[in-house]
Design a protein around this ligand. Structure first.
Ligand code: PLP
Length: 406
C-alpha cells in the first residue's frame, strides 16, 4: 500500500520548487550564483539582534517571550507597524495588523480564506513562485492579470464563471517584483482598484520589497490609493497588504504581517489560532526592538549595498550581452529579469552554464502560471560583490553568445 494514493487532491498541485533544488548546488565554492532570492547574510544586523535578544530574555518581557501569547501578535510590534503603514499613506491602527510567520504564511492563509477549488486568481505572467505554491494547495485556476489592457471586469468574470468557479482576488507583487524587478505603475494600481471594485474581488498586495527602493519616484501602495478614494477609511477597503521583515532585518526570524480591514484580520486570526496559535513571540519582541531603534539606518545600509550591486549588474549586462537580449532596470529590490531570443531555453542554458561557466541563475518559466516564458531568466544581485557580478555576467554573456551562434 502506498500512502501517496490517499493523499488529498490538493497535494498533487504541490511540486518541489526548481529554485529550492537549485539552492542545493550553490554550496560549491567556485559557482558564481545569481540564483538565490535571499538577502546578503553579511548585511544582517547581528550585533543589534544579539543585544535585542539579550534584553528580551533578561528584562520583564522574558516570561512573555517564552510563554504562549496572542494570535494577533506582539502589541508593541503591531503599534510600530501601524505607524509605518501610516507613513506610507495607509490609515491603519494596530487592530488592522496581524503578525504572521513571514509573509509567506499570509499568502497561504489568504488562499485558504478565499479559494474553493476551481476559483480564479488573477496574477501577473510571470509572478512570485511562492505565491503560486501557496495558492496551489487550494486548487485554483489562474488568469493573466493585465490591468492596462482592454480586458474589462466583465471579461475576467465571464471567464472565471465559464471555468466553473468565481474570481476571488488579484495578487500583485507591487514594488521591484520577484521575479522581474519591475514596479507596478500608479496607473496600473488605480486600474486594479477599479477592476476589483467592479468584480467585487479582493486585491492581495505583496509588498515584500517595498522598503528597498534605490531611486525613482515612490508610488503609494494600492491600499493607500484605495483608502484615499474611500474617505481615508481602511474598513471600506478590499486591498489586503502583506509586509515582511525578511528583506530588511532577517528572513530567519520569520516575521511578517497582514494589514487589512478588521473583518479580514479577525478571520485570519481564527485561522492562525487553528494553524500555529501565534508566531514566535521572542522573535517578535526582538524585531520590535530592532525596528524601533534601527530600522531606517539599517535599511539605508542595505539599500546602498544593493544599489551598487544593481548598477554593477546593469553595467555588465550592457557590456557583455549580445544583440537580441533585453533586461529590466529595477529601481530597487534584488532582481533583474532577462529575456532571451525565442530560440533559447533558460533551463538548457542553466545546465550548460553550470558545466562550463559555473554561473547559476533561475530559468524564468517556473514563474509563469501557464509554464510559458522558457526564454527568460531571473538574476539576483543581492548576494554577490561587484567584482563577482562583473565576472559572472561576462561569463553568462559568453555563454549566450555561443548558444546563439550554435
Ligand atoms: C514577492 C515575495 N513575497 C513574499 C515572500 C515571502 O517572504 P517571507 O515569508 O520571508 O516574508 C518572498 C520571498 O522571497 C517574495 O519574494
Amino acid at each position: 500500500m502506498s500512502l501517496q494514493e490517499i493523499f488529498a487532491t490538493r497535494a498533487t498541485r504541490m511540486k518541489a520548487s526548481e529554485i529550492r533544488e537549485l539552492l542545493k548546488l550553490l554550496d560549491q565554492p567556485d559557482i558564481i550564483s545569481f540564483a538565490g532570492g535571499i538577502p546578503d547574510p553579511d548585511l544582517f544586523p547581528k550585533q543589534i539582534f544579539q543585544e535585542a535578544f539579550n534584553a528580551a530574555l533578561s528584562g520583564p518581557l522574558a516570561t512573555h517571550g517564552l510563554q504562549y501569547s496572542s494570535s494577533e501578535g506582539h502589541k508593541p510590534l503591531r503599534v510600530w507597524i501601524a505607524g509605518q503603514m501610516q507613513k506610507i499613506g495607509i490609515p491603519a491602527t494596530p487592530d488592522n495588523i496581524l503578525i504572521t510567520s513571514g509573509s509567506q504564511q499570509a499568502l497561504d492563509y489568504l488562499g485558504k480564506l478565499f479559494l474553493s477549488p476551481g476559483d480564479t486568481v488573477l496574477v501577473g505572467w510571470p509572478t512570485y513562485l511562492g505565491a503560486l505554491g501557496a495558492f496551489n494547495a487550494y486548487e485554483p485556476r489562474y488568469d493573466k492579470l493585465d490591468p492596462l489592457s482592454n480586458r474589462s471586469a466583465a471579461d475576467y468574470t465571464a471567464e472565471a464563471e465559464a471555468a466553473g468557479g468565481k474570481a476571488k482576488f488579484a495578487y500583485l507583487s507591487v514594488d521591484f517584483a520577484n521575479p522581474t524587478g519591475a514596479t507596478v505603475s500608479r496607473a496600473a494600481r488605480e486600474r486594479v482598484i477599479d477592476l476589483a471594485d467592479e468584480m467585487d474581488i479582493a486585491v492581495i498586495e505583496d509588498a515584500a520589497y517595498q522598503s528597498l527602493r534605490f531611486d525613482g519616484e515612490v508610488i503609494p501602495p494600492i491600499l493607500a490609493l484605495e483608502a484615499a478614494r474611500k474617505g481615508g477609511d481602511i474598513e471600506a477597503c478590499r486591498t489586503i497588504y502583506c509586509g515582511s521583515f525578511s528583506k530588511t532585518l532577517s528572513p530567519g526570524l520569520r516575521v511578517g504581517w497582514v494589514c487589512a480591514a478588521m473583518p479580514v484580520i479577525n478571520q485570519l486570526v481564527l485561522m492562525k489560532q487553528a494553524a500555529d496559535l501565534h508566531s514566535a513571540t521572542l522573535n517578535q519582541i526582538a524585531i520590535a526592538d530592532v525596528a524601533e531603534h534601527h530600522f531606517d539606518s539599517h535599511v539605508e545600509v542595505i539599500r546602498a549595498a544593493y544599489r551598487g550591486r544593481r548598477d554593477a549588474m546593469l553595467n555588465a549586462l550592457e557590456e557583455h550581452m549580445p544583440d537580441g537580449v533585453s533586461w529590466t532596470k529595477p529601481e530597487g529590490g534584488m532582481f533583474i529579469w532577462v529575456t532571451l531570443p525565442e530560440t533559447l531555453d533558460g533551463a538548457n542554458l542553466l545546465a550548460e552554464s553550470l558545466k562550463t561557466e559555473r554561473v547559476a541563475f533561475v530559468p524564468g518559466h517556473a514563474f509563469f502560471a501557464d509554464g510559458s516564458g522558457r526564454n527568460t531568466l531571473r538574476l539576483s544581485y543581492a548576494t554577490s560583490d561587484e567584482a563577482k557580478i562583473a565576472e559572472g555576467i561576462k561569463r553568462l554573456g559568453n555563454l549566450i553568445t555561443r548558444a546563439l551562434a550554435a
